[in-house]
Design a protein around this ligand. Structure first.
Ligand SMILES: [Zn+2]
Length: 201
């Protein structure tokens, strides 16, 4: 008997509909070894321990009996809350050193029975994502999706350890001032104006 409060689930083949209907909850760890798309994103220069990273997750299902709109028939809507935490080893785009980027993501999904049902749903709530459930749903893939979505487009240390601040400025193109727009170029520069004043005195 497990001492866990949550029941063991098969991460690769979960009856997601039943899980949500009975208000199931699960928590545990997922090895990065089981997430090939995350391994593919892991920096080549990462320490050997990077291949032993684990992500912790919590998954909670629930159902609500409610009408899609006032007056409409009451239907059962299924939801899944999923939170994932861990870290991914990435190359810093500023100093090019490898670093462990912390990942913490949580999302609420509405679980639909089919693609058509998901497409028909209004889904005007930014806090809610639509997924199509299955009796053999891979929560593992959903966890992997969420970690991938949480990865930064341009990974960087908050503060690079080895590079002096003076060298960092402008190195990534964000701090460097952009070329002034055309109209600004037509204005007399303040230095030219000053020079004009000086010659008058
Ligand atoms: Zn860096």
């Amino acid at each position: 008997m497990s001492s866990n409060m949550t029941q063991p689930i098969d991460l690769r083949e979960l009856d997601l509909f039943a899980f949500c209907r009975k208000g199931g909850s699960a928590a545990g760890e997922v090895a990065v070894q089981d997430l090939p798309r995350i391994l593919a994103e892991t920096a080549a220069q990462a320490p050997a321990s990077a291949r032993d990273e684990v992500f912790t997750y919590t998954a909670t299902g629930f159902a609500r009996e409610e009408a899609a709109e006032p007056g409409a028939p009451v239907v059962q809507r299924l939801f899944l809350d999923l939170a994932v935490k861990g870290q991914v080893w990435l190359d810093c785009q500023r100093c090019l050193e490898v670093f462990a980027d912390p990942i913490a993501t949580s999302m609420r999904f509405e679980v639909f029975v089919s693609d058509a049902a998901a497409d028909a749903a209004p889904m005007d709530d930014d806090e809610l994502d639509a997924i199509v459930g299955s009796k053999r749903f891979s929560l593992l893939e959903l966890i992997e999706d969420e970690v991938l979505l949480a990865l930064p487009a341009a990974p960087k240390h908050t503060v690079c350890p080895a590079v002096h601040e003076s060298l960092v400025t402008g190195a990534d193109g964000e701090v460097e001032p952009e070329a002034p727009p055309e109209e600004e170029e037509k204005r007399p520069s303040p230095f030219a104006a000053l020079a004009g004043l000086k010659t008058k005195h």
